[in-house]
Design a protein around this ligand. Sequence first.
Ligand SMILES: [Zn+2]
Length: 290
Amino acid sequence: MAEGDGNGWADCGQGHRHWGRHGAAGLLACAPGHDGQTSVLLILRADWTQHAGTWGPPGGARDSHESAAAAALREAAEECAVPPGAARIHGLLDDDHGGWSYQTLVAGADRPFGVRAASREAPRVAWVPVDQVGSLPLHPGFAVTWPVIREAVEPVTIIVDAANVMGSRADGWWRDRAGAAARLQHELAGLAARGIIQLPAGVRAGPLDRWFPQYILVLEGQARAAMPELADADGVRVVAAPGSGDDTIAELAATTRGSRVVVTADRELRRRAAAAGASVTGPRWLLDRL
Ligand SMILES: [Zn+2]
């Protein structure tokens, strides 16, 4: 195990020769532009590299000890100065060639962030609107995955009706609502880190291999006493409803960018969430994954 031990060529089961002895990974950062259309961050490969003159996400060889996400973020920082924390990973596509794979980490940002060509390998860097990507000369690997990734550039947010989900399991929540809320938040943080392989039915998004939705846990009433204890974990935001939890959830369902899923069995809230353009699923879907 050593830094850079992934640098080298590998032959895949499809008869190609790829850079990256342990596979490779790239970061596809996505952000809404002024006109609301999503743009993606691409680099132009220098004319002395393999697939010279083609565009694709920043990325490169994985070291033996590195996760795909760590490799993608490292390469994005090296090639176009993507700042730490600038984009949140929300999905993974694994393009497995047999014996070698390229993993694309799809990541969202609230707006395009500043980047620059920081490596000799990538003389140009640009935010490209999604409907213009197809007219660029694309890296052959990216050309294959782009039609799938294009359907997954929007983030997915799962809004959890904490009172309803907590009420769906008999774990003593009625004796200590704040403690039950803290347990649920802890479990959601684990789920946020693991990701899920399938989104709830009805969510319109491309078929990635893994999704890392953002979770919003909405607390109301006595459960709000858990708030001081609950720091926002990576991937889980906790919101204390000032009044009715349903009102806060309906507002989040209406105003959150990208695809929204409300988790509740409450019929009236399900109707309000659907009217706000969100998908709806029951507590069982979430509890089965915790
Ligand atoms: Zn291959």
